[in-house]
Design a binder for this molecule. Sequence first.
Ligand code: NDP
Length: 478
Amino acid sequence: VKAAETMESKRRRPQHHANGKGSEAVEKSAQWGRAWEVDWFSLIGVVSLLCFAPFIVFYFVMACDQYECSISQPLLELCQGKATLLSIWARAPSFTWTAAKIYAIWVSFQVFLYVCIPDVTHKFIPGYVGGVQDGARTPAGFINKYEINGLQCWIITHALWFANANYFHWFSPTIIFDNWIPLLWCTNILGYAVSTFAFVKAYLFPTNAEDCKFTGNIFYNYMMGIEFNPRIGKWFDFKLFFNGRPGIVAWTLINLSYMAKQQELYGHVTNSMILVNVLQGIYVLDFFWNEAWYLKTIDICHDHFGWYLGWGDCVWLPYLYTLQGLYLVYHPVQLSDAHALAVLLLGLVGYYIFRSTNHQKDLFRRTEGACSIWRRKPTYIECSYLSADGRSHRSKLLTSGFWGVARHFNYTGDLMGSLAYCAACGFGHILPYFYIVYMTILLVHRCVRDEHRCSSKYGKDWRRYTDTVPYRLIPGLF
Ligand code: NDP
């Protein structure tokens, strides 16, 4: 209780470092959080992403809409002078008020489900952890509470979707596909609005000033975020909401809409479309089933909330994570049984590795090592670290199970699953393979970023760990 009171009193007297120059004590002891200084390489990366990422999304969607998913054809036509950037732009469907209404209803409905309907599913689904849960300790030493009701939101949303498709017929199940490009403008408006709001809020009324980080570089601050856990009121947590909903709840609906479109256009649904729906459906359901675990992942524990998360969750995720289904609407691939089986196996084995690895770490951390991993007592390295308030804490790094095979074997499983989604589309075009290329870059970069942070956090203890488990993703290779 005393510790909670101390936290609470700390919360009530925030030290606002709005000029970007936080107290030195805070700076020195919080070195393991996000960077305080920006090197030129990071700055160039940040500015390039800010400028080009929206066009990358537009390029892929437009390539499907105008060039049947060929990503080389638009470039060829540009080089040969058959098209200009302006003519391609002019042919793309523009913003419509219909799309704006659909999107406004969608986002408002997800806000309503998140804020107004506390979780009840944990009361009757055995083994599911929902309701109010603690997050991890922030660099400033706080532990935030979260309302975990993502699974419930997903179930309600999908039940309504199926009820509409089979009974009410308020709207067509192809509604998402039919408004896909006009919706892109709406998602961009929300993505930029929320990132800009979070940026301004960090200066004017931060939720927790001790966990804000100002690098002095406006582009980096805008992109990587200043506030750690921005909130409105007690429960509306930006990171939890935007990361999971509207983007990830929408993921499975978008795929269902593609499936409905295939049925409408060709009179049947291909096995590749079913595979993509099933494999990505498992991934999405896993995310919501484990939403409480998600509070302990890098997105929530370490990343600040800026354009990277805000715009990324609103635009990048729903548009580029669903490219396989979009491709299959334009190219209805029917796979041979052997090919389909191989894709299914790759996807399931990848998922098994991804989930088991994450589960082992979660179990190990929750029980503080008093558990069994691969039927043995776990082995681990004892570590210590300092939080921003100067207090010392202890932690453990697991070195057995999948965590003894490689330092990020969960990423390896994730990559196998991602490859399976792509391979489900056959080998006719490279567009559906963008996902595996992107995930490889994302997870390798994440791995390096995370290890840099862990090394600053744990110092020599981290080196002992990397000596014991020398490889990151693939034993013997990387
Ligand atoms: P991890 O779940 O691997 O978390 C990394 C953290 O775990 C480290 O910062 C450290 O935190 C702790 N840790 C590291 N090594 C050990 C160890 N040996 N024993 C115990 N704790 C350890 O990473 P993410 O949060 O990035 O990923 C979670 C999952 O989400 C992954 O499976 C990933 O593939 C997936 N993911 C998917 C994305 C997508 O877009 N589809 C995007 C990002 C992630 P601490 O400071 O607590 O020690």
